[in-house]
Design a protein around this ligand. Structure first.
Ligand code: NAD
Length: 264
């Protein structure tokens, strides 16, 4: 354990269960001495989130639906009442109708397009509108994205379009909030088997492809993502903002992989 986050307080949004990327980040932050609050969505998740909170001695657990402005307001008032200020925020939230995370992007419906953009893109901006006022000593915010924003990946479809918009919003937020010492970054994580990922068509194939074709020849874990998040959220990342850090075993640099056996 290190003390990189000693004296820092942060809200981790998007905890569903112990497979969640939010959980990997929460563990790394707690291990580094941070004081945490969690938000999750809906009563159905409460029974999974309560024992996780206990494990890290987290006593602020907030039910928050990011598509509802009143729910966001209530969540941030609760944090404000408890802490007054906040040092960091993790936004590990995304959603789309799984029927549109297979087949052809061209068939995306308007309703699902707008819902996906609302929950997966706008919510980060809505969170930062509220967090900005509470980051009185500066701060660090982090969201999660995927390579399907940059290049076409099978079945990622509308979520790829949403992640491209999320990555652009990270840059605009970095510029707006930089004057107040607030840093805004993204981690582009390689594929990880989580609840959200299970909605994506042929996800097992995508996992295997990344394992075989990434420079490190493995997939990443939520602990890998947590360690890199710690760099961006702590003062180790003090000069970094507007960045999209790929934590993907290097997959994003590969154009065509060399054959390991050189005899063809
Ligand atoms: P997850 O299912 O554990 O987390 C997704 C979270 O989003 C859940 O906690 C869910 O409750 C929450 N959520 C959905 N709609 C919400 C709403 N309206 N209000 C509040 N919360 C809402 O899955 P995960 O893979 O850990 O996803 C976290 C983030 O990481 C997402 O942005 C995802 O796109 C991104 N990501 C995942 C992968 C992967 O392969 N798993 C790769 C790159 C990026």
């Amino acid at each position: 354990s290190n003390q990189l986050m000693a004296g820092k307080r942060g809200l981790i949004m998007g905890l569903a269960n112990d497979k969640s990327i939010a959980w990997g980040i929460a563990k790394a932050c707690a291990d580094a001495g941070a004081e945490l609050a969690f938000s999750y969505m809906g009563d159905a998740f409460k029974k999974r989130v309560v024992p996780l909170a206990e494990q890290l001695n987290v006593d602020t657990l907030i039910d928050c639906d990011v598509s509802d402005p009143a729910s966001l307001d209530a969540a941030f008032s609760e944090i404000e009442e408890k802490w007054g200020k906040i040092d960091f925020i993790v936004h590990a939230i995304g959603f789309s109708d799984k029927n549109e995370l297979r087949g052809r992007y061209v068939e995306t419906s308007k309703d699902n397009f707008l819902m996906t953009m609302d929950i997966s893109v706008y919510s980060f901006t809505a969170v930062m509108q509220r967090a900005e006022k509470m980051m009185t000593d500066g701060g660090s915010a982090l969201t999660l994205t995927y390579y399907g924003a940059e290049q076409v990946m099978p079945h990622y479809n509308v979520m790829g379009v949403a992640k491209a918009a999320l990555e652009a919003s990270v840059k605009y937020l970095a510029e707006d909030l930089g004057k107040d010492g607030i840093r805004v970054n993204a981690i582009s994580a390689g594929p990880i088997k989580t609840l959200a990922a299970s909605g994506i068509g042929d996800f097992r194939y995508i996992l295997k492809w990344n394992e075989l074709n990434s420079p490190l020849r493995r997939n990443v874990s939520i602990e890998d993502v947590g360690n890199s998040a710690l760099y961006l959220l702590s003062d180790l990342g003090s000069g970094v903002t507007g960045e999209n850090l790929h934590v993907d075993a290097g997959y994003h640099v590969v154009g065509m992989k060399a054959v390991d056996a050189p005899d063809i």
